[in-house]
Design a protein around this ligand. Structure first.
Ligand code: SAH
Ligand code: SF4
Length: 347
């Protein structure tokens, strides 16, 4: 990606090397990290304990660019959706889910997505570009400033596939995690992947205890191929092996996300396959309502499963000893599922 040499492109390590290269003392990187992400100022001039000459150089050689909030919608259930404009005019979506005890943010990792899953509006326009680490962290800062409270949880479950932008997504999680930046505990930082096997195995080796969610949607290969056509080369048996390895290395329980669609992945055959896939795997199954959206061009031809079917499937899994929860759909009146707000406004 071209454009100016934005400071928000840099990882923590990248900031350290840049400042060392410029002959600055080692502690400057932490000062800069603090100003960029803890104090979250919008100009170098506010960074009062950095030497004036350094502020000038940064402004000239590594401009500080922050996103603009173009739209903000409050859902009846209290969740909020933000439409942000980035330095190159790209638009991304961020969702905030506040509750009494905690504030969760669902952030985007790419503009659009190359994978084109059949039920997801994000994939419709393809991939525009990947986000910089700082552009991911900025989404949390926008929410935190707007609601005047600290972000407690963040999930890479907005637009894009985080593992198709692995380095930047990991750098973003590390900034979110760093005590000099946002200080969010690693276990409260989650990556949701459509199931890229190599990256799951790589993620298992990372030293931090970040959380993993895998969008499974179906444990029947032919159904999954239909729903997620770009993932035909990531077969279910190998995906399952990578999750076994993940659990063995980390001792942590990934969640398996299943968006239930009527007569597609909620049939008895599908439920048996899901049972077989999850049995013997350290995992937690999350059943999610399919979010249809209200925009007519967001009609992808799927219908949500009935609430009764939801409860039946949850009971079958629980009876088989598989940890399972039914996630409430949040923000469906504000085009809550990924890609829907942008779809409703700009397509
Ligand atoms: N690319 C990653 C993360 C972004 S998608 C992934 O696929 O996991 C985040 C979640 O939203 C995924 O579980 C995805 O399957 C789900 N999703 C996409 N469109 C949806 C819709 N219309 N209704 C409900 N969930 C949807
Ligand atoms: Fe991309 Fe995830 Fe949407 Fe699939 S579900 S198109 S991987 S964002």
């Amino acid at each position: 990606m071209s454009g100016p040499n934005r400071i928000k492109q840099y990882s923590i390590e990248g900031l350290r090397s840049l400042l060392l290269e410029w002959g600055e003392p080692a502690y400057r990187a932490n000062q800069l990290l603090h100003w960029l992400y803890a104090a979250a100022v919008s100009s170098y001039q506010e960074m009062s304990d950095l030497p004036f000459s350094l502020r000038l150089r940064l402004e000239k050689e590594a401009p500080l660019i922050t996103p603009q909030v173009l739209d903000r919608r409050l859902s009846a259930d209290g969740s909020l959706k933000y439409l942000l404009e980035l330095w190159d005019g790209s638009l991304i979506e961020t969702v905030a889910i506040p509750s009494r005890n905690r504030l969760s943010v669902c952030f985007s990792t790419q503009v659009g997505c190359a994978l084109g899953c059949a039920f997801c509006t994000t994939g419709i326009g393809g991939l525009v570009r990947s986000l910089d680490p700082g552009e991911m962290v900025d989404q949390l800062l926008v929410v935190s400033r707007d609601l005047d409270r600290r972000v407690d949880n963040a999930v890479a479950m907005g637009e894009g596939e985080p593992f198709a932008n692995y380095e930047a997504a990991l750098s973003a999680l590390r900034i979110m995690n760093a005590s000099t930046a946002l200080g969010i505990g690693a276990r409260h930082l989650t990556v949701s992947t459509c199931g890229l096997i190599k990256q799951i195995e790589r993620f298992a080796q990372e030293p931090e205890q970040f959380t993993l969610a895998v969008s499974l949607h179906s444990a029947v290969q032919s159904t999954r191929d239909l729903l997620m056509p770009s993932l035909c080369n990531q077969p279910l048996d190998r995906l399952r092996d990578s999750l076994l390895l993940y659990a063995e290395i980390t001792g942590r329980r990934p969640s398996l996300e299943v968006t239930l669609m009527d007569s597609v992945n909620d049939t008895p055959k599908e439920v048996s396959a899901l049972l077989a896939f999850s049995r013997g795997l350290l995992c937690h199954v999350n059943l999610i309502p399919f979010n249809k959206g209200r925009s007519p061009d967001a009609d992808l031809g799927f219908k949500p499963s009935s609430p009764i079917r939801f409860q039946e499937i949850a009971a079958i899994l629980q009876d088989a000893g598989i940890a399972c929860s039914v996630r409430r759909s949040r923000g469906s009146d504000i085009q809550g599922a990924c890609g829907q707000l942008k779809g409703a406004l700009y397509r």
